[in-house]
Design a protein around this ligand. Structure first.
Ligand SMILES: NC(=O)c1ccc[n+]([C@@H]2O[C@H](COP(=O)([O-])OP(=O)(O)OC[C@H]3O[C@@H](n4cnc5c(N)ncnc54)[C@H](O)[C@@H]3O)[C@@H](O)[C@H]2O)c1
Length: 329
C-alpha cells in the first residue's frame, strides 16, 4: 500500500480525499494543526499527526515512520477577506510555510506533490471559461499567496527534481454521500452551506450581493465542483505523476456554472424549506462569471465529474447539514 501524506487532512476537502484514498487502497497519513480542521473528520485508523507543516523535524519523522512516498498538500488559510486584512499572515501561513514544508519533503527524498491551488490565482478573467494559460493576476493576497507557491515549484523542480501538479479548484461544494463528512468552516463564507444554514433556521436568510451583473438573472455565476470529484482529481493527478506525465497546472471545475439565484432555488426544492433572501449591493472584486475551462484535466488526466450536478451537490450537503446541524461537535 502506497503511503500518502495529506497535509490539512482534517479539513473539508482533505478529509474527503483521505476517505477516497482509503477506498482506493492507499494508506493516507494526516498532518494537520487543526487551526480550521476537525479531528473528528479524520477516518478511524488513519495515522494522524497534530502539528504544523512548517515543523521540519516532525515532517521528516512522519515521512520516515510512515514510509511516505507522495504528498497531497491542502493545509492553508483560505479566507479571502481575512487575507486582505492580514496579507502577511497569508504569505507566512501559505507561502513561507509551504516552502519550508516542501524543503523538508525534498530533504526526506519525497518528490511527488499535489498542491491545492485556486481559481483566485486568475483574478478578474479576460476570457470565460478560463483556460490554464490565462493571465494570472490575483486581486487578493490569498490568491497571490497561492500563485507564489505555484511559481516557486518550477524552480524547485529544476534544482531538486520536484514533481508537482497544482490543481486550481473553482468552488468546492457538496459532501460525502452518506452524510458522514461535510463542510464545517468557522466562519463559514461559502454560499451553499450558508444557504443551508438559512434553511435550517440557523441564519435569518441569505444575502445576494449584486443583482445587476451581466448574467441572465443578474446574479453571479460560479463553477461548483463536488468535493468527491475534487478528491478523485487528486488521486488521478498523483497516479499521472507516478507514470511520468510531468509537472503542471490544471483547472478543476465542471466547465459550466450556476447563478446565485439558481443555487438558492435548487436549495428550496431539495430542502422543502423557506429560505429568505436579502438583496444587497455588489461586493468589490466579484466578477460576473467564473467558469473553468476543463479540457486539459479531462484529456491529460482522464478526469470527469460524476457528482457535480447542482442537485447532487445540494442534496449531499443537505444530508450532511441535517445529520450534523452543529457541524463536527
Ligand atoms: N474550499 C474551496 O472552495 C477551495 C477553493 C480553492 C482552493 N481551496 C484550497 O483547498 C485547500 C483546502 O481547503 P478547505 O476548504 O478544505 O479548507 P479547510 O480550512 O477546511 O482545510 C484546511 C486544513 O489545513 C489545516 N492547516 C492550515 N494551516 C496548517 C498548517 N500550517 N499546518 C498544518 N495544518 C494546517 C487546517 O487545520 C485545516 O484542517 C486549501 O489550501 C484552500 O486554499 C479551497
Amino acid at each position: 500500500m502506497e503511503s500518502i501524506l495529506v497535509s490539512g487532512g482534517a479539513g473539508y476537502i482533505g478529509s474527503h480525499t483521505v476517505k477516497t484514498l482509503l477506498d482506493r487502497g492507499y494508506k493516507p497519513v494526516v498532518l494537520d494543526n487543526l487551526v480550521t480542521g476537525h479531528w473528528q473528520s479524520v477516518a478511524r485508523g488513519v495515522p494522524f499527526f497534530q502539528g504544523d507543516i512548517a515543523d521540519s523535524h516532525l515532517v521528516r519523522r512522519i515521512v520516515e515512520k510512515e514510509h511516505v512516498s507522495a504528498v497531497i498538500h491542502f493545509a492553508a488559510r483560505s479566507l479571502v477577506g481575512e487575507s486582505a486584512e492580514k496579507p502577511d499572515l497569508y504569505f507566512e501561513e501559505n507561502t513561507a510555510k509551504t516552502n519550508r514544508f516542501v524543503s523538508s519533503l525534498l530533504e526526506s527524498a519525497v518528490k511527488r506533490l499535489i498542491f491545492s491551488s485556486t481559481a483566485a490565482t486568475y483574478g478578474i478573467p479576460e476570457e470565460v471559461p478560463i483556460p490554464e494559460n490565462a493571465p494570472t493576476s490575483p486581486i487578493n493576497p490569498y490568491g497571490f499567496s497561492k500563485l507564489m507557491i505555484e511559481q516557486s515549484f518550477s524552480w524547485l523542480e529544476k534544482a531538486y527534481g520536484l514533481e508537482w501538479i497544482a490543481l486550481r479548484y473553482f468552488n468546492a461544494a457538496g459532501a460525502a454521500l452518506d452524510g458522514s463528512l461535510g463542510e464545517d468552516h468557522i466562519p463559514e463564507t461559502h454560499l451553499i452551506p450558508l444557504i443551508l444554514k438559512a434553511a435550517l433556521g440557523q441564519r435569518e436568510g441569505i444575502s445576494i450581493f449584486g443583482t445587476d451583473y451581466a448574467t441572465p438573472d443578474g446574479t453571479c455565476i460560479r463553477d461548483y465542483i463536488h468535493v468527491l470529484d475534487l478528491a478523485n482529481a487528486h488521486i488521478l493527478a498523483l497516479e499521472a505523476l507516478g507514470k511520468g506525465i510531468g509537472s503542471g497546472v490544471y483547472n478543476v471545475g465542471t466547465g459550466s456554472g450556476y447563478s446565485v439565484r439558481e443555487v438558492i432555488e435548487t436549495a428550496r426544492q431539495v430542502t422543502g424549506r423557506t429560505i429568505p433572501v436579502v438583496e444587497s449591493p455588489r461586493r468589490p472584486g466579484d466578477p460576473d462569471r467564473l467558469i473553468a475551462k476543463v479540457a486539459k484535466i479531462q484529456t491529460l488526466l482522464g478526469w470527469s465529474p460524476n457528482y457535480s450536478s447542482l442537485e447532487q451537490i445540494v442534496e449531499s450537503a443537505w444530508t450532511w447539514h441535517l445529520r450534523h446541524p452543529n457541524g463536527f461537535e
